[in-house]
Ligand binder design. Sequence first.
Ligand code: GLU
Length: 307
Amino acid sequence: MDYQAILDEIEAEIQPYLDEGKVADYIPALASVPQRQFAMTITLFNGTQYSVGLAEKLFSIQSISKVFTFTLALKFYSKSLYKRIGHEPSGNPFNSLVQLEYEHGKPRNPFINAGAIVITDALINHYKGVEETYEEVVNFIREVACDASITSDSVVANSEMQHGHRNLALANLMKSFGNLDNEVYDVVNTYFRHCALEMNTKTLSRSMLYLANHGIDPLCAKQFISPNQAKRINAVMLTCGHYDASGDFAFHVGLPGKSGVGGGIVALIPKLMGIAVFSPGLNAQGNSLVGTKALELFTSKTGLSIF
Ligand code: GLU
């Protein structure tokens, strides 16, 4: 298949949509990101990459980081993790408080904000400290992305902390239900630092290979998690990776994926490739509008999806 030609076609076809959607402005440091940007990369199991657009351009990975923190928490806690967190789609916005109250502080899944905050709390317990947790998560991401230069943008992290009232509210609510062991500020701050990591579509698509290959990196043969755990993460990406638009993403794209409000989306085709797209204009549910469109075009043109 001529992947480069397909990506070139996609880049031409998404142009009319680049002004649609809206850059995330509830995080002030992200509000100034220019909207008319696009990048897409696929990485095959032999390491070959095909890209279009601004594939080297770094952007804030935001909630894509939740895939990596979920991976680590599942690795250390296995099934016992589900005492604190569910694996059902929420059908609610990513930062909703209402469902959390009804469900006694147990988040529906690891990809809504409340769930990711609980995962960070579990990792702080495991690594025995906030700084250790931050470092280990970054090291893990560097390893799966094969890029030792990945770092967090402290301006974005601080900006989120200053305006993080809703995430702090989620954490406080969970603390009141006994589902948060560490200090609210420490957990939320660590969570924001992971969200503020910067990557590009090349490294992000590379970082999905272990999940496309039953937990084993096909390039360095390292086993990061068990095949069973990789299956679970893929399932949660498919059913919960796009908040209350997860059904829509499965319907239109048909791949396990995870979005971030920085405009990135990662996806993967089992046994074949990792994919990443970037375009900062978001749809009403907080997912990249053009990124979703580009992935839909990709699976339609190639006939590759999990269905
Ligand atoms: N750091 C963002 C928040 O907590 C992540 C949201 C997202 O990327 O969907 O609001």
